[in-house]
Design a protein around this ligand. Structure first.
Ligand SMILES: *Cc1c(COP(=O)(O)O)cnc(C)c1O
Length: 396
């Protein structure tokens, strides 16, 4: 049989994030690991005696899970939490040896992977326990640690308090599964009033009491996200699960606290033109020049995670000064009005998220500003920065 002729076929590259050597486009997210360590330090101050289990779901809120995980591990964090088994495996593949809690509740047929990668699953249904027990037996594994989740008011995941009995029975029947932790999740830790937090904690405390009464000794109780960490010491328990605060963004808009943003998104001016009065800019001609204007084009669009709702609303920084987005945000590009920017030229640095100091001033675009303008929350802005924006790790 003839061997296939391969010589002139293009190589097929595996899908992956662009590595620095691949990219031609100047758009990138810079990840500042010193700021990450600083934020962990702040979190520790608030946590007091409680441990910190950093939440690295969704690729560490878009920051790049392996680098973030390794940095936090070296800085002495106590554990990590993710939503998905595959997110946990990515951390294990990156060499992380910390305990990793898988919180998302979607285990499918992934019990083997949970055992193999030494992950700690969050269970809240007797079927979880039966399936895990069967897999343990098949693999002849001695024991596994698990946490049980109680739904104390979020009504999303977790066992309702009145549904704990069958779970405890299943645990009794399967002593290889060791209940080492109990958790719940707060719905309103960022609200002005902490009434809801207190109500949820009361339900949680009662559930813990019943579990202990049944003869179990969970040693790690946890309930707080970043907002709980910063605002609700009574909800700290043994461990805290901060996500957004580690990335330098306050979970509460009006809280002044010394967090440092870990992500900065920058690009460059790639094209410049002069338009005259009456000319339109961009799709649907939503921006019309009312005078002779300079328009700069920046290669970042909604497919990169810059919300399209920033059309004619958002701004970028060039030479330290704000330039308003002119026209609709495109998939790959935006256009900004630089008429008031003296001396702008192709190749000038453009900041889409973060601070900049330049010849024309100094300013900052925060994640909160983008979230407010786009009518969303900071979590969605950070996790929305898409995979085609390469992450550059900065280790100053
Ligand atoms: C995402 C998440 C957190 C972290 O929330 P932040 O507000 O980002 O601190 C904590 N616990 C659970 C269960 C989560 O899903």
């Amino acid at each position: 049989m003839d061997a296939p002729v391969m010589t002139n076929l293009p190589r097929i590259h595996r899908q992956r994030r662009a590595a620095p050597a691949d990219i031609q486009r100047p758009t990138r997210a810079e990840i500042n690991l010193a700021h990450l360590r600083h934020n962990l330090h702040i979190a520790r101050q608030y946590a007091g005696q409680s441990k910190i289990w950093g939440v690295l779901k969704a690729d560490a809120y878009g920051h790049g899970s392996p680098a973030v995980g390794r940095t936090l591990e070296r800085a002495g964090i106590d554990g990590l939490c993710v939503a998905l088994i595959e997110e946990a495996i990515e951390l294990r593949d990156a060499g992380i040896r910390l305990p990793i809690l898988v919180m998302g509740g979607c285990y499918g047929s992934g019990w083997n992977e949970i055992i193999e990668h030494h992950l700690t699953p969050v269970l809240f249904d007797p079927s979880h326990i039966e399936n895990l027990a069967r897999t343990l037996t098949l693999r002849d594994e001695p024991t596994i640690n698990v946490h049980v989740k109680v739904d104390t008011g979020m009504s999303r995941l977790g066992a309702r308090p009145d549904a704990l009995e069958p779970i405890l029975r299943a645990l009794k029947d399967n002593p290889r599964i060791r209940l080492t932790g109990m958790m719940t999740h707060l719905a309103n830790a960022d609200a002005n009033s902490l009434e809801s937090v207190e109500a949820q904690c009361a339900v949680f405390d009662e559930s813990v009491r019943r579990v202990r009464q049944a003869g179990f000794q969970p040693t790690t109780l946890h309930a707080s996200n970043s907002a709980g960490l910063l605002r609700a010491p009574s909800a700290h328990y043994d461990a805290i699960r901060p996500g957004i605060a580690l990335f330098g963004v306050s979970p509460v808009d009006d809280l002044t606290i010394d967090l440092k943003p870990v992500m900065k998104v920058r690009s460059e001016v790639v094209s410049l033109r002069t338009v005259t009065k009456g000319d339109s800019v961009g799709y649907c001609s939503t921006w019309i020049a009312d005078r002779t204007s300079r328009i700069a084009t920046i290669p970042m669009g909604y497919a990169d995670g810059l919300p399209r709702s920033l059309s004619n609303r958002g701004r970028v920084l060039i030479r330290g000064k704000a330039a308003p987005i002119a026209g609709n945000v495109s998939m790959d590009l935006i256009t900004v009005d630089v008429t008031e920017h003296e001396g702008v030229s192709i190749g000038d640095e453009v900041i889409l998220l973060g601070n900049q100091a330049g010849t024309l001033g100094s300013d900052e675009i925060s994640t909160l500003e983008l979230a407010n303008l786009a009518d969303t929350i900071t979590w969605e802005i950070l996790t929305g920065i898409s995979r085609r924006v390469p992450r550059f790790i900065r280790e100053p």
